[in-house]
Design a protein around this ligand. Structure first.
Ligand code: PGA
Length: 250
């Protein structure tokens, strides 16, 4: 059995003040929470110091990217060490928006993962197929995702203890078109099986999250799928009530 995780991805939303209020509202709603989910909020870099000073119980903080370099002359970059020092415990790596808008490739992503894991951040590594690939069926979609997973084989066992994978079909992100629970469950199970088989040495129990228009109405059905260990939540993580309902869907 893998851990249950619900992680919010705030993307480029909220000012630090707004983010702080949102975090407080989520924290209020989680008071007395006895459910199985670990809760994380991946906020903009600019918010991390402030949010971690708020010290809200039951919510781990994370970032949405990190540099593949340790430190140095990389203008605009933010290192894993900085994220950790600002209170971050998680980092999203390889989100489709970073792959698309910043042309992040497998070699770069592996460097980022190695940096994050070296600083003991939990990595939420994102994979997922575009719409034209899914249109040809699950097998082509799976081959696409398998190709995105391949670089993970270079990680050692010590590192895989901090690894989480999020399956996010690109056509479902921010579109309101969630994958069916069966399709999402099937892909997440295949990811989990692949991880068990291909990590070196084999790694069991790596959580696989579903992401892509997961919301208060569909979370229960998605999380009931045996292959799904939780969710990476974009739009619905920006409203405390919706995010709380998703956490309570377990
Ligand atoms: P969404 O985003 O929930 O708004 O579809 C998910 C994500 O991009 O991680």
């Amino acid at each position: 059995m893998s851990r249950k995780i619900v992680a919010g991805n705030w993307k480029m939303n909220t000012t630090p003040t707004e983010g702080s209020a949102l975090l407080r509202a989520i924290g209020e709603g989680l008071k007395g929470y006895k459910g199985p989910a670990e809760v994380a909020v991946c906020a903009p870099f600019t918010h991390l110091g402030l949010l971690s000073a708020r010290n809200v119980a039951g919510i781990a903080l994370g970032a949405q990217d990190c540099s593949r370099h340790a430190r140095g002359a990389y203008t605009g970059e933010v290192s894993a060490e900085m994220i950790k020092a600002c209170g971050g415990r998680y980092v999203i790596i390889g989100h489709s928006e970073r792959r698309m808008y910043h042309k992040e490739d497998s070699a770069q992503l592996l460097g980022k993962i190695e940096q994050a894991l070296a600083h003991e951040l939990s990595v939420i590594f994102c994979v997922g197929e575009p719409e034209n690939v899914r249109a040809s069926g699950e097998e082509p979609a799976w081959h696409y995702v398998e190709g995105q997973l391949a670089p993970l084989q270079a990680l050692s066992d010590r590192l895989s203890a901090h690894l989480i994978v999020a399956y996010e079909p690109i056509w479902a992100i921010g579109t309101g078109r969630t994958a069916s629970a069966e399709d999402a469950g099937s892909m997440c199970s295949r990811v989990a099986k692949w991880l068990t088989r291909h990590m070196n040495p084999p790694a069991d129990g790596i959580p696989v999250l579903y992401g892509g228009s997961c919301n208060a109405a569909n979370a229960k059905e998605l999380f009931a799928q045996p292959g799904i260990s939780g969710g990476l939540i974009g739009g619905a993580s920006l409203k405390a009530d919706d995010f709380l309902a998703i956490i309570n869907a377990f």
